[in-house]
Design a protein around this ligand. Sequence first.
Ligand SMILES: [Zn+2]
Length: 506
Amino acid sequence: MPDAVTRLNAALAALALLAACEPASNGQPGDLLFTNARLIDGSGTPSRVADVRVRGDRIWEIGNLTVGEAETEVDATGFVLAPGFIDTHSHHDRGLRRMGDALAAVSQSITTIIAGQDGGSPLPLADFYAELEATPVAVNIAAYAGHNSLRSSVMGEDFRREATPAEVDEMRTLLRRELDAGALGLSTGLEYDPGIYSATTEVVALAREAAAVGGRYISHMRSEDRAFFDALAELLHIGREVGIPVQVSHMKLAMKSLWGRADEVLALLDSARAEGIDVTADVYPYEFWQSTMTVLFPDRDFRREAATFALEELAPPEGMIIAAFEPEPSYVGMTLAEVAERRGKDAVTVYLELIAEADAIDGRESIIARSMTTADIASFLSWPFTNVSSDGSLAGRHPRGYGAFTRVLAQHVRVRGDLSLETAVRKMTSLAAENTGLTGRGTITEGAFADIVLFDPATVSDRATPEEPNLPSVGIVGVWVNGERVYTDAGTTGNRPGRILRRGGG
Ligand SMILES: [Zn+2]
């Protein structure tokens, strides 16, 4: 015989069932409802048609939803709705407070930038974060703590040597402070000064500090050409020795004699993973890189022999574009071959002259050089543990600052078919979040932060080129950060909803 309690329970169950069967709640004032979208949720699973409701800064519900009178409807018919892209190797933080709308980033659907790359980070990070929290920008920002910045602050100008144990201890103390401020982990730029002079043991000691708090290690490796395989071995050694996740920054084979060996590299990475090393990588989709003129001299011996090798094997003069040159700004945009012709000398001589002239005034210099192949890029991109990055900046000379993500969608998805659209989006979102330890972003799921992009899969494309590096992409319909719209196909909106993302958070 059913007693009162049982009857009450039955009544409550019926009520709950009724609530569950009720058509989804109507929107509230301020809600945003995307209707009829082709939803690619970031997980890599096939797309599906769905409505997505955003309330405040979160994805509120997903399904077949009814438009409420009080909410704003965004008709997404024919468009892909995906999580905002996470750029795991970005230099878009430079000048960001001046260019807070971050047009270069948001116009290619990047909603989170990860700074502090190549061993360089703002010190102390806490001050950088405080300024950005006082005056927010359009995108979310996370950062690594940079080894070169720590090393400079401890060793100053006396950096052309290995650090003493006392100096390494000092760097560890500084790194701990940065990790406490929320740094994702340690980044190195071992091809650059002053990190190029560090011993592997120094990097291991610092990586241990990062590992102790659940941080990660990301590296512009000691070499991307001559000593690529040694550099990769060093990165894997750090992962094995310290037990820290390790990521290869902008993985590339930037030397003629290495071209075509991407599969060999990936076999090495796969066996490292099988051994238990959590190794991942990021890649940008261009055959040319941007760096300093001196980066091609690992021994810092600026002599004819090394310069000749660099121009023959690594970066031919016809493909080397001057991106910055403080002693003679009129060279910007010219190739090294053109500058050599103007000076009436051979390219090797002129290359060494330019390096000496920049060094003499401690002037800024930078080059864009063509030294990768699309086939290798496609192989690296297709590796299941590679996410997409830009390595770009807000107003740089390299088109990746404006076009890296949309270029993957156009070239590697639509034109070449290297990746399905779902896989490409995963590599720009949830995998990027996993590879950097960010949570709560990178997927369209109920409760996730509402970083959202809407694009036309048939037309989305980069337009930026080395000649016109600051052209926004096409096919991006809208971009939302924490539920607020920052970009429409007419441009930026002026909203600045970006947040600081600290390690372990979202
Ligand atoms: Zn780099």
